[in-house]
Design a protein around this ligand. Structure first.
Ligand code: ADP
Ligand code: GLC
Length: 495
């Protein structure tokens, strides 16, 4: 059995809809698996923002009946398109009531009150779609809590369905903090039977925990870096699920994400003012000057410009940065921050920008072009995350010659090697303690290196630009894992 049938279900996929790195992964991994010769299909919701015309989406004939337990039958429309630059089909589940809204998961900082129904609906629609298409998956690959119901459904509602005979499941954990915890009434909509509402499956503190159910029922689970796969087994990173994950450690794997270098490479990036590569950085100097101009910062090539791009969430270490920032403002540096999220942080960092207009600039919002321009135009990139399952921006930064300053956690620790000034080795600057002092101390170290050890800094920049985190490598890891899952399924008692 060479070619595998793989069905990937994700709540966001680049370029159609994105709030974070999950979308980057769900848009890139399928293409890399396709390049290995597999029949890969992707399913996501048809949110209001998914532009049917722009992507040439075509409706599939007929609608999809989705049994919603106590809510009765719901009907979904299905649209079909392709992942750009590939022949990988993407199916969009359309339902005006659930997905015809402005946001993916929330609006104006408020999570939708019916996210349980929305994503239970989506998970069931994925199963029904496979049947409608007569696509018999060898593996269904679910991602995070939004699609964690799929392994549960496969082992219950669909356990004896001949269309899923031999189908295995993988659940990728991109972020354990978000588990899909809901009022227990969600069991009636999930419709798998109350016998599964117990502490060893879906129940937690008298509510439903979808991710927990997925972890229990999936044939394998994987975290998006090796380090994070270790960390989630400890109370500090387990968000209460560490005992369960430890009990399931026999089926826990860690596969580091890759990067789509067609999209994130300064040599081919169409969103930046000038392209460049490691043998000629003159384009990078143009990117830096353009970025400074864009933010009304003094156009100075002599000082280090530090970039930050990300969700303004506690996870990203914004509390540490807020505590350290006044200290940092004493340095001869500039900081450009792009992000949106927690309101206090949006106000706080805008306030810092107002106080230090020559040193600190912000764009509060989500802007893909600007994310590329900050990667290209900065000298250093700061990611002081409290936890980071993988993290993509630090890997993009390496390729753009933008030296990362990171806290040594999860994927940040796995992808960045600390600077060794004696050997001029490493790819970035790391700190360990989650304290404002450690953060500002390490930024000062990086800034000192810029001012007083320029050869070392240039070497770091060069080292990073040579590194590659190709999806082709990561996809082989997934292929092995899928085969492992299928092997286990075939030899187990399941069907
Ligand atoms: P996470 O998934 O936890 O948000 P990652 O580092 O894996 O973190 O991925 C974040 C992705 O989202 C990157 O591609 C980054 O460029 C993008 N991103 C995050 N915030 C913004 C923003 N405000 N504007 C544009 N892109 C953003
Ligand atoms: C999550 C994590 C991030 C990871 C991304 C893609 O959102 O927070 O670290 O890179 O998923 O796997």
């Amino acid at each position: 059995m060479d070619k595998l049938n793989i069905l990937i279900a994700a709540s966001e996929v680049v370029p159609f809809a994105k709030s974070g790195g999950l979308a980057d992964v769900a848009g890139a991994l399928p293409k890399a698996l396709r390049a290995l010769g597999h029949d890969v299909r992707v399913v996501m919701p048809r949110y209001y923002i998914v532009d049917k015309e722009k992507y040439g989406l075509k409706p599939l004939e007929g609608s999809l009946g989705v049994p919603m337990g106590s809510m009765g039958e719901a009907w979904a429309g299905v649209f079909e398109g392709l992942l750009p630059g590939s022949d990988v089909p993407v199916y969009f589940i359309e339902h005006e009531g659930f997905f015809g809204r402005k946001g993916l998961y929330d609006e104006d900082g408020e999570g939708y009150g019916d996210n349980d129904n929305r994503f239970i609906f989506f998970s069931k629609a994925v199963m029904q779609l496979a049947k409608k298409l007569h696509f018999r998956p060898d593996v269904i690959h679910a991602n995070d809590w939004h699609t964690a119901a799929i392994p549960v459904l496969l082992n219950t509602t669909y356990a004896t369905d001949p269309d899923f005979k031999g189908t295995g499941t993988l659940l990728s954990i991109h972020n354990l903090q978000h588990q899909g915890k809901f009022y227990k009434g969600a069991m009636d909509v999930l419709g798998v039977g109350w016998e599964h509402f117990n502490a060893d499956e879906l129940e937690e503190y008298d509510g439903v925990n979808l991710l927990k159910g997925g972890i229990v029922h999936a044939d394998a689970i994987n975290a998006v870096s090796k380090k994070y796969a270790q960390e989630i087994r400890t109370p500090a990173f387990g968000w209460g699920l560490d005992p369960l994950i430890n009990a399931k450690a026999y089926k826990l794997f860690g596969i580091l994400n890759g990067v789509d270098y067609d999209e994130w490479s300064p040599a081919v990036d169409t969103l930046i003012p000038a392209t460049f590569d490691s043998d000629d950085l003159s384009g990078k100097a143009i990117c830096k000057a353009t970025l400074q101009k864009r933010f009304n910062l003094p156009e100075r090539s002599d000082l280090p410009l530090i970039g930050l791009v990300g969700r303004l969430a506690e996870q990203k270490g914004i509390g540490l940065l807020a505590a350290a920032v006044w200290n940092l403002m004493e340095l001869d540096i500039q900081i450009v921050l792009l992000g949106a999220g927690e309101k206090w942080a949006e106000y706080f960092f805008s306030d810092v920008a107002a106080k230090y207009p020559d040193k600190f600039a912000t764009y509060i919002g989500y802007q893909n072009d600007l994310a590329h321009q900050i990667e290209a135009g900065s000298d250093l990139f700061l990611m002081p995350s409290l936890f980071e399952p993988c993290g993509l921006n630090q890997i993009y930064s390496l390729r753009y010659g933008t030296v990362p300053i990171v806290r040594a956690t999860g994927g940040l620790d796995d992808t960045i090697e600390n600077y060794n000034s004696a050997q001029k080795s490493g790819t970035g600057f790391k700190f360990y303690d989650a304290t404002p002092e450690a953060l500002s101390g390490t930024v000062k170290w990086a800034v000192d290196t810029w001012y007083h050890d320029r050869a070392g800094f240039d070497q770091l920049r060069h080292n990073g630009m040579q590194k590659r985190f190709d999806w082709s490598e990561a996809a082989k890891g997934y292929e092995d894992l899928y085969r492992h899952i299928i092997g286990g399924r075939l030899s187990s008692s399941h069907q």
